[in-house]
Write a protein that binds this ligand. Sequence first.
Ligand code: EAX
Length: 328
Amino acid sequence: MNVFRTSALVLALTSLTIGLLSGSVSAQTVMRISISTGGDSHQKVAIDTMAREVEQRSNGRYKIQTYYASALGGEREATEAVQMGTQELTWTSTGPIPNFVPEAKIFDVPFLFRDYAHARAVLDGPIGQEMLTKFDSKGIKALAWGENGFRHMTNNKRPITGPEDMKGLKMRTMENPVHIQAYKGFGIIPTPMAFGEVFTALQQGTVDGQENPLSVISSNKFDQVQKYMTLTGHVYSAGVFLMSKAIFDKLPEADKKIFLDSAKVAAKANRDRVDLDEKNAVADLTKKGMQIIVDVDKAKYQAALAPVFADFEKQFGKAALDRIKAVK
Ligand code: EAX
């Protein structure tokens, strides 16, 4: 029996070697990509599409393993791993990005983007494309902008009918300095935390609430741990496909194009799923028991942030903010 096994193994190894040398069997490069959100989500669509597109376009020369629900760490850890080259790819919201590319934090300014069409036009236009190049010097290749969505306030204490209702609420925030400064402007007590800890923190009452897009709230079942939501849409949360620059730079030109083109296709699928969630999530979450305030006077929330906006104009320059607002 052993003789038979040994000769079969030798035969297999020999044919593999011949295949590899003749190019008829190409070696497969395995890579990993991760997201922080669990469940059937817009972020899952993003990385599943990325994996499928790269494998198909490379005829299987690249295999991308997909990891969900912070399995490879939170967004900040995953971005650090990509920067160090210990992880090849990740999809992340721009939440932790200011820690890597400070210039990108302008996109986190509350009420900067009018709606999805405006946000996508900015990101896909000169301003957004130029911003992608700012990742290069940080050891990160930003392949394409994805989308997390407009963020809304949820909590367990009380319905938020206006900015005054947020005073004193202990809210989980992303590890994002622009968000933290803005939410303090509402009188919120901010608690920065990686996404993987949020559900438990809400369940245990460590924090009163959090803020996230409908797609995230829905796919992570926050209706089970949050009673009230107000569709404040106070921040547009972009997503971004990141790759280790060291690994990207070593790719043959044709393969670089495969990764860039695949990320663009994945970004479209990502945005399409956000559009779908935006249509369905409010009715679905209401059915599951959340009390949702839909008619929101955003001007009131913007007025409450006037002092913070004055500081953001100093931080980013009024011209830079106006340039984004002026995009049609
Ligand atoms: O998966 O950390 C956050 O709130 C971000 O929105 C993250 O993408 C959620």
